[in-house]
Design a protein around this ligand. Structure first.
Ligand SMILES: Nc1ncnc2c1ncn2[C@@H]1O[C@H](COP(=O)(O)OP(=O)(O)O)[C@@H](O)[C@H]1O
Ligand SMILES: [Mg+2]
Length: 236
């Protein structure tokens, strides 16, 4: 019997006026798995994620979360149904402290807020140390940790990450990805979008390659890594 996907996207199209950024893509994320969408700058990755999260209205296609159609829902209802997007650029509230950012995000959410915050601090001890620090004054890496922490405060059934490595020094990328791997080991279902194919393929189980709005290749990461030509052809 086929397993029910946690997230299932089918025939998704999204445009900006006359520009079609996403052209009929389909993919799935099974419960408990970590799946990557890889692609060069401009491939349509962020538009895909923004469409799934309800931040951009898809022009065609189906988006199912836990079997339920969500493509027509506004962003706050998608969030309440269990999909949390950590957007490109992180979207933290700069003048507020770390703790205020976490509380604000969890406010309308699911689950026990104190427990969720403790879990965020366990995952990112750095955030606990800086909990009274104004978020906008922190380093890029700390802001990325906070952005992920904010998403976790909603106790998401699918955590969606848009290029968490972007703009970070390699040592900080490692810290952030160690946390992502820990979350995955704890059972968190994750959809990861990255330009950094090497790191994404080292942590995910399955990946889709996107180019000019379409999915051009997919497979288990071992298969994709074994065929470097595939990656070179599509990610440049
Ligand atoms: N707000 C926008 N208005 C017009 N075109 C956009 C906008 N955002 C993205 N695009 C275009 O859509 C395409 C896909 O962009 P995007 O989804 O951001 O790609 P990626 O995240 O893979 O870099 C690109 O050609 C980009 O120029
Ligand atoms: Mg992007």
């Amino acid at each position: 019997m086929e397993r029910a996907a946690m997230l299932s996207v089918s025939g998704l199209c999204a445009s900006y006026g006359a520009i079609r950024a996403v052209n009929g893509i389909s993919f799935e994320v099974q419960p408990g798995t970590m799946v990557a969408i890889l692609g060069a700058n401009g491939a349509g990755k962020s538009t895909t994620l923004r469409s799934i999260a309800g931040l951009h209205r898809a022009s065609e296609g189906s988006i199912r979360l836990g079997g339920e159609e969500i493509s027509a829902l506004p962003v706050h209802r998608v969030a309440r149904k269990g999909l949390a997007l950590v957007p490109e650029g992180r979207m933290i509230v700069a003048p507020l402290t770390v703790e205020e950012n976490l509380r604000l995000s969890g406010y309308a959410g699911r689950g026990d807020q104190r427990e969720l915050m403790a879990r965020v601090y366990e995952l990112f001890p750095r955030l606990k140390e800086r909990r009274t620090q104004v978020a906008g004054l922190m380093s890029g890496g700390e802001q990325q940790m906070l952005a992920i922490g904010r998403a976790l405060m909603t106790q998401p059934s699918v955590l969606v990450l848009d290029e968490p490595s972007m703009g970070l020094a390699p040592a900080i990328v490692d810290v952030v990805f160690q946390a992502i791997v820990t979350l995955h080991r704890q059972g968190q279902c994750i959809l990861l979008v990255e330009q950094n194919a090497e790191i994404a393929l080292s942590v995910c189980e399955y990946a889709y390659l996107m180019k000019r709005g379409a999915i051009v290749a997919e497979g288990p990461v071992e298969t994709l890594r074994a065929d470097a030509g595939v990656l070179d052809a599509y990610l440049s």
